[in-house]
Design a binder for this molecule. Structure first.
Ligand SMILES: CC(=O)SCCNC(=O)CCNC(=O)[C@H](O)C(C)(C)COP(=O)(O)OP(=O)(O)OC[C@H]1O[C@@H](n2cnc3c(N)ncnc32)[C@H](O)[C@@H]1OP(=O)(O)O
Length: 281
């Protein structure tokens, strides 16, 4: 059997996307997130796909990789149809991904996989090691919500420097290029919470193919454990309703205490994604 492999940069053409969506529909598990479906048709996203077709034109596997926030840090994943497993197609697709990373001068790469023992063996065989895990969480949109007295949430319009002290103290310096990306990119809106006019919290809302996502969420450390985080989350659920979405989603590291705060705001786990990494040779 002849299998041909090709590498295509995003945005992919509509026929290829149709084939990829068709393959995803054959699985019970939802692979759209790890395979970055929302980015396939985006002209402004740095990403690419490696595609495996049979000689009669059937797509039997593919891998995708995306430079998530334009920092030369790629996240990739791969999927092979069950009938075509244990035939080295996954490894060949991973080779294509590594080749694509080298061509694009990637500084870092993580493999993102829904947790399962087969995926673990596969990644070990490629020389990857487990790094961290994230839980994807979702909450239903809220039809109404009133912020407590004295609290307001507004779109952020100031220069990014105004947010830096809060973000650096809640996270670390690594958040700064992410927030600059969020400010520059269409479809990403930075919001700030003010208590009697003083900045207490921020989060970015991202619209992606029919879903609303919350990211870069932080409360000023001197203002934590006062209920502001929970109020922000309930408001973001209301914003999902305002924007015509049924749900709001987020990703949080399993090691982050913020997980408790999300649970308190009725976010439920959807799936756990394991991130694996490989040191540069
Ligand atoms: C999608 C993402 O952006 S993930 C990244 C999340 N952000 C960070 O990790 C940055 C650092 N952390 C923070 O800025 C803050 O801790 C936040 C944003 C996670 C939480 O903000 P806070 O204002 O402190 O949360 P808030 O006071 O509203 O707490 C809500 C509930 O969670 C509980 N809670 C808050 N922090 C914790 C904690 N560390 N451990 C356990 N429970 C907690 C509170 O007790 C409260 O419970 P209650 O409703 O029963 O009273």
């Amino acid at each position: 059997m002849n299998i041909s492999l090709s590498i295509e940069s995003f945005p992919l053409d509509s026929y290829t996307i149709q084939d990829m969506k068709q393959l995803l529909r054959e699985f019970e598990e939802d692979y759209r997130g790890v395979l970055q479906e929302a980015s396939w048709s985006q002209p402004n996203v740095r990403g690419f796909a490696v595609l495996a077709y049979t000689e009669d034109g059937r797509l039997i596997g593919f891998a995708t990789s995306v430079d998530i926030v334009n920092l030369h840090h790629y996240e990739w994943s791969v999927l092979v149809h069950p009938e075509y497993r244990r035939m080295s197609i996954g490894s060949a697709l991973a080779d294509g991904i590594h080749h694509g990373h080298a061509q694009r001068q990637a500084d870092a790469q993580h493999a993102a996989f829904i947790e399962n023992p087969d995926a673990e063996k596969f990644l070990q065989s490629l020389g990857y090691e487990p790094d961290f895990k994230e839980i994807q969480m979702a909450a239903d949109a809220l039809k109404e919500m009133a912020l407590p007295e004295g609290l307001a949430i507004l779109p952020f319009e100031g220069p990014i420097e105004e947010l830096e002290p809060l973000l650096v103290s809640a996270f670390d310096e690594g958040i700064l290029p992410v927030i600059a990306f969020n400010q520059a990119e269409e479809g990403r809106e930075i919001w700030v919470m003010k208590k009697d006019g003083e900045l207490v919290a921020t989060a970015t809302l991202v619209q992606e193919e029919g879903a609303l996502w919350l990211t870069a969420f932080a409360v000023d450390p001197s203002q934590q454990r006062k209920g502001y985080g929970k109020a922000f989350l309930l408001w973001s659920r209301y914003m999902a309703h305002v924007q015509g979405m049924e749900q709001i989603m987020l990703d949080v590291e399993t090691a982050n205490d913020a997980l408790h705060v999300y649970q308190k705001a009725q976010f439920e786990p959807v799936q756990t994604i394991a991130y694996w990494t490989k040191q540069k040779a």
